[in-house]
Write a protein that binds this ligand. Structure first.
Ligand code: PGA
Length: 249
């Protein structure tokens, strides 16, 4: 089964308006035509500027989160409708940094996922275990719980328009990448989990790997059967290394 590949940059809370604009322009300049999908998830306040720059290019735009409610008295939150106004194609939900530093739970992540989809924004649902959970052989159980919270709220059909990112927490920003086989094992598990509910969706859904993906380890990871691309943090802040990763897919 040939799935469309996807490489997504997650800029996190980095850069300035001008450095972000420059980064987007440099990425566009090196896109070429490799046929894979590519997107950058930028800080909310730069969505407007970056959406202007990427107009009519194949670089798509995403946000790093989205509110779990549609509108109202939720100070500091940004709704899916607001993201839609800036041509956001994607929104990351449930990134481990949101889960561990900002209290996102499986339930609130599921609500964010649904909010994004209501406004036709594709959620990039992040799942992954901590080092402690891996050492206690809880990896699959943790991922099961993270996935099933979303499936029970959104329904399995919702995964027709969603991306999953497997990001082992111990590999994020640590320089410790999962080996190709370690990552593949979990990607395969995730795809089987989805297949148990809907084989066609499982065959089609893009499952990205994230966690210290760099230009020199991307090719091996992307060659694995169930890895359809990557969610790239640190290495997406440099156009050259991000493009190298993109061209490895
Ligand atoms: P990293 O981040 O590539 O810097 O490890 C990945 C992510 O958190 O999405």
């Amino acid at each position: 089964m040939m799935r469309q590949s996807l490489v997504v940059g997650n800029w996190k809370m980095n850069g300035t308006r001008s450095s972000s604009e420059l980064l987007a322009k440099d990425i566009i300049a090196g896109l070429g035509s490799n046929g894979a999908d590519i997107a950058v998830c930028v800080p909310y306040v730069y969505l407007s500027a970056i959406s202007e720059i990427i107009k009519n290019t194949s670089l798509a735009l995403g946000a790093q989160n989205v509110a779990d409610k549609s509108s109202g008295a939720y100070t500091g939150e940004i709704s899916a409708a607001m993201l839609g106004e800036f041509n956001c194609k994607y929104a990351i939900v449930g990134h481990s940094e949101r889960r561990s530093y900002y209290g996102d739970t499986n339930e609130s992540v599921a609500a964010r996922f649904c909010q994004a989809q209501e406004k036709v924004i594709i959620p990039i649902l992040c799942v992954g275990e901590t080092l402690e959970q891996r050492e206690q052989d809880q990896t699959f159980a943790v991922i099961d719980a993270q996935l099933s919270a979303v499936i029970s709220l959104a329904g399995i059909e919702a995964f027709n328009n969603a991306v999953i990112a497997y990001e082992p927490v111990w590999a994020i920003g640590t320089g410790k990448t999962a080996t190709d086989d370690q990552a593949q094992e979990v990607h395969h598990y995730i795809r089987q989990d989805i297949a148990a509910k809907d084989q066609a969706i499982a065959d089609k859904i893009q499952i990205l790997y994230g966690g210290s993906v760099k230009a020199d380890n991307a090719k091996g990871l992307f060659a694995m059967a169930d890895i359809d691309g990557g969610l790239i943090g640190g290495a997406s802040l440099d156009a050259e290394s991000f493009l190298k990763i993109y061209h490895s897919v």
